[in-house]
Design a protein. Structure first.
Length: 255
């Protein structure tokens, strides 16, 4: 009979149910029961992630016009901040990609997870494009129009022309069939992947901006209107990277 330590070690290394596990299901030792319960919990969580992944793949596939057609997912990051660009991304993913199991709405992932997934997405995507829409465009038009233009450019920058485009709650002026999906980053793998690329690229940009303007703490809040950021704007004034059409910056400039 294997020791509790040996069984625990084997369970920690196992990712799928195996024949030898049938013996430990009825093992009455407290340590084995604890190790088995822990493994079952981990296994069930992983199965749920896999099921969600399959559901997202099926959702994207439902927009295919034919078996060989391409569906692009599009999303943005940075519509709300007081500083920095709005960043958009468009992604066309392969039909099956186990390496992207766990890809989710970027807001549900840690910064490290987003960075790791961003690298994986770039490696396995059939095509992807990231576009930075600068502050001048945002202030000239408005954040909604600037985001739409950036999303359009992301799609046009793909080296594979998609046959269908799905976007997270947006519509853009393109001559390609499209659908605006409410909470699309939670339903679609392609939109979630675009969300991760956009958010990761924007975070990297704001971290670089922090090196030029460390007093604003861009590496901490990415340009959003936190107390720290608002106090810095009040003390040092806005930079060229702040959105002059956004409050309270607009009022500060008019003083």
């Amino acid at each position: 009979m294997k020791t509790v330590k040996e069984i625990t070690m084997h369970l920690q290394q196992a990712s799928n149910f195996e024949e030898w596990m049938k013996e430990i299901e009825n093992d009455e030792r407290a340590g084995v029961k604890k190790a088995w319960a822990s493994w079952l919990n981990r296994y069930e969580k992983q199965q749920k992630i896999i099921e969600e992944h399959q559901a997202k793949l099926a959702f994207d596939a439902s927009f295919k016009l034919s078996k060989d057609s391409y569906v692009a997912g599009v999303d943005e990051a940075g519509r709300g901040p007081l500083a920095g660009p709005v960043v958009t991304a468009a992604v066309i993913l392969p039909e099956n990609c186990e390496e992207l199991v766990g890809v989710n709405d970027s807001k549900q992932l840690s910064k490290l997870q987003r960075a790791e997934f961003a690298n994986t997405i770039k490696q396995y995507a059939l095509s992807y494009a990231i576009h930075f829409q600068d502050v001048e465009v945002i202030d000239t038009f408005n954040i909604y129009e600037a985001t739409k233009q950036s999303m359009k450019q992301s799609v046009l920058n793909l080296h594979i022309r998609p046959d269908y485009v799905i976007l997270d709650a947006m519509e853009i002026p393109i001559d390609i069939p499209q659908s605006s999906i409410i909470k699309g980053d939670a339903k679609s793998l392609a939109i979630a992947a675009a969300s991760i690329l956009a958010k990761n690229a924007r975070d990297e940009y704001m971290e670089q901006l922090h090196k030029e303007f460390p007093q604003y703490g861009f590496d901490q809040h990415a340009g959003y209107g936190t107390k720290q950021h608002l106090e810095a704007i009040e003390k040092f004034g806005p930079t060229i990277h702040h959105r002059k059409s956004f409050e309270p910056i607009k009022t500060l400039i008019l003083k």
